[in-house]
Ligand binder design. Structure first.
Ligand code: C5P
Length: 205
């Protein structure tokens, strides 16, 4: 078969988005950043003046997902990231976003998706699964470099809080699928990490 489905999972600021985009370009596949869906739901809740912990409100925002929020500059703010990680723990929110992600993964030709549960829940039969990780200090420095926030300790604490929530929840927690290849980018620069991901992917095809 000629469809190639690639699942890229990992914690925040691990480099999974960069690697997923590079794999998509390399194999000529469409790419979906699934974290942006949860961010859009989190942002919708904040804009409605609600609390991301309010499960019925968050599920309503997920079912009526406002796609224009995917292009909103506030999507990348740390308050939105935090709201995303809170709303993403509600099973009804995850259920509302499931079909959109599965349909993307099943399109003819294949696709690359990155997130937390692509290899475990969204596309358990993906051809290639890569679990991208890096230690917390490295991820905090990377995230600090791409945001206006100057306080490294605060960036680090926010990442640690989000990691704990994403890994500790009952609904589709962040974890490496049994058949995923681990790619630890702690000691790698961007080019090296991408080259390693290409080599891992090609070896599996
Ligand atoms: O990847 P990103 O940091 O943009 O994701 C934002 C939040 O969305 C994550 O902290 C996580 O809680 C949630 N998420 C998820 N499942 C995914 C992708 C993201 O729960 N597949």
């Amino acid at each position: 078969r000629f469809d190639i489905v690639i699942a890229v999972d990992g914690p925040a600021a691990s480099g999974k988005g960069t690697i997923a985009r590079a794999l998509a370009a390399h194999f000529g596949l469409p790419h979906m950043d699934t974290g942006s869906l949860y961010r859009a739901v989190g942002l919708a809740v904040l804009r409605a003046g609600g609390d991301p912990a309010d499960a019925p409100l968050a599920a309503g925002c997920a079912r009526a997902l406002d796609l224009s929020l995917l292009d909103d500059p506030a999507l990348r703010e740390s308050a939105t990231a935090r709201a995303a990680s809170v709303v993403s723990a509600h099973p009804d929110v995850r259920a509302a976003l499931l079909d959109r992600q599965r349909a993307f993964a099943r399109q003819p030709g294949g696709a690359v998706l990155d997130g937390r549960d692509i290899g475990t829940v969204i596309a358990p039969d993906a051809d290639i699964k890569i679990f991208v990780t890096a230690n917390l200090d490295v991820r905090a420095r990377r995230r600090q470099a791409e945001t206006p926030e100057r306080d490294l300790a605060l960036v680090r604490a926010n990442l640690a809080e989000r990691d704990a929530r994403d890994s500790g929840r009952d609904a589709a927690p962040l974890r490496q699928a049994e058949d995923a290849i681990l790619l630890d980018t702690s000691e790698m620069d961007r080019e090296t990490a991408i080259a390693r991901a290409f080599a891992l992917a090609e070896a599996r095809l």
